[in-house]
Write a protein that binds this ligand. Structure first.
Ligand code: GRF
Length: 198
């Protein structure tokens, strides 16, 4: 199966628990994707060490070292040229990408967002859901398009909002589902069972 596995680069900014879920899933012999590199936009992203400890190639470019988004993305693209990914998986990557970059990777770049999109885009999604009095909350894996948190959905998972929930308790419940659906969604894309249709 190795020859037909899709090559996946993961982009992170932090601890990388979703990255770890993808790395673990990809260890299964019949998983349709392999993780070929983990990239961070800052040197202290905790997930870099985790990935390196698993023998995975890592790289970082600090976005603050670049005068523009485009300059940073050129540096990112140089790293991707070495890794030759078929698919990019954003996993807690906290940079907005330019339309040029998202169009270049159209249908081949996916993201996980901790809300039931199209509800609660952007940051502080758990606090947003609580402030709305939502009865349900969850997470979404979607294709990345130029609009933030807007691309077509691949998979969603729901969790109940419970009495007494705080953003932290809700985040914990959602994260369990993130770790479950992200590997599933990546497998769907890698097998061509989910594809971008506008
Ligand atoms: C996750 O909740 C992800 O959905 C969001 O940021 C968080 C990153 O967590 N975009 P981790 O780095 O994957 O642990």
């Amino acid at each position: 199966m190795t020859e037909s596995k899709k090559r996946v680069a993961i982009l992170i900014s932090g601890r990388g628990s979703n990255m770890t879920a993808l790395i673990e899933a990809a260890k299964a012999p019949d998983y349709p994707a392999e993780i070929v590199g983990v990239f961070a936009n800052k040197p202290d992203a905790g997930g870099l060490q985790t990935a390196a400890g698993q023998g995975i190639a890592t790289a970082w470019r600090w976005h603050k070292d670049y005068p523009s988004r485009t300059g940073f993305e050129l540096a990112l693209s140089d790293v991707l040229k070495l890794w030759r990914p078929d698919i990019i998986a954003l996993a807690g990557f906290m940079r907005i990408l330019t339309p040029e970059f998202t169009e270049k990777w159209r249908g081949r770049m996916i993201n996980i967002h901790p809300s039931l999109l199209p509800l609660h885009k952007g940051l502080h999604t758990h606090a947003q859901a609580l402030a709305d009095g939502a009865k349900e909350h969850g997470c979404t894996v979607h294709f990345v398009t130029p609009g933030m948190d807007e691309g077509p959905t691949i998979l969603q998972a729901r969790v109940p909002v419970l009495p007494g929930d705080t953003p932290e308790t809700l985040a914990e419940r959602v994260l369990v589902e993130e770790h479950r659906i992200y590997p599933e969604a990546l497998a769907l894309v890698a097998r061509g069972e989910a594809s971008f249709s506008g």
